[in-house]
Design a protein around this ligand. Structure first.
Ligand SMILES: Cc1cc2nc3c(=O)[nH]c(=O)nc-3n(C[C@H](O)[C@H](O)[C@H](O)COP(=O)(O)O)c2cc1C
Length: 219
């Protein structure tokens, strides 16, 4: 009886930890991790890059995409999704949307944007990226690699399939990263339990290559 009670308590504790580490619960981005930029105004066409993040890696990827699009002669705004006013969507000629993956899911900020404003987003060219660690070992742009396809099928597509009015011009799975020291305690526990390796797995050249494709696509 005592053993059963202990097992029940352990299961409950693990359940609470799992919920707490899930997107939308223990989730709060840190102000230092947020990157914004509205200084790129020289282009005729205007692109919005918006993202959600918990620990800043997706913000850094979004910033690199912002820099690349700016270098390709677009006007670009880089805005954390919670700071973006959706009434502005139609002021852009294209939108790039990025979310990290937490326990298989996108973060709530982007989900909320899509749920409420998919019909407006559908009126302009849109591109989507996710950051995750599932593709951390892919060093070349190999979209047929099993890990890439798995991430597309398990993480990217289920969200976009909810909004068939949005027909993305491009979808990309990019490697992100995390450090144990930056995680919230429940997350750290979970990631150590799952033996996830920490690190910055971003691949600068793959981000640039995708941004170059986008620059061509948005023309
Ligand atoms: C608690 C936690 C759960 C995660 N879950 C997944 C997952 O299910 N699949 C995956 O490939 N990566 C997963 N990751 C890795 C993150 O998606 C990756 O580190 C991402 O780049 C973090 O972005 P951010 O720093 O912008 O929040 C997880 C990371 C943490 C800390």
């Amino acid at each position: 009886m005592k053993k059963q009670f202990s097992a029940l308590c352990l299961m409950l504790a693990l359940g609470v930890m799992l919920i707490a580490a899930s997107p939308g619960y223990c989730y709060r981005e840190k102000p230092d991790d947020l990157v914004s930029d509205n200084s790129c105004t020289h282009g005729v066409k205007k692109i919005l890059v918006t993202y959600d993040t918990e620990h800043g890696n997706t913000a850094l990827v979004a910033k690199q995409i912002f820099d690349d699009l700016c270098a390709a002669d677009y006007s670009v705004d880089l805005i954390f999704v919670e700071y973006f006013d959706p009434a502005e969507i139609l002021n852009y000629d294209g939108i790039v949307v990025g979310s990290p993956i937490y326990i298989g899911k996108w973060l709530p900020g982007i989900n909320k944007l899509l749920k409420r404003h998919h019909a407006t987003i559908a009126q302009i060219p849109s591109a989507f990226f996710i950051t995750c660690t599932n593709v951390r070992d892919l060093t070349t742009d190999n979209e047929s690699a099993p890990k890439y396809q798995e991430s597309l099928t398990a993480f990217m597509n289920p969200v976009l399939e909810k909004y068939p009015d949005i027909v993305p011009v491009s979808k990309k799975v990019l490697a992100g990263g995390f450090q144990f020291s930056e995680l919230y305690p429940f997350q750290r526990f979970l990631m150590k339990l799952a033996k996830y390796p920490e690190g910055d797995f971003r691949k600068s050249d793959l981000i640039d290559a995708w941004a170059e494709d986008l620059a061509d696509t948005f023309k």
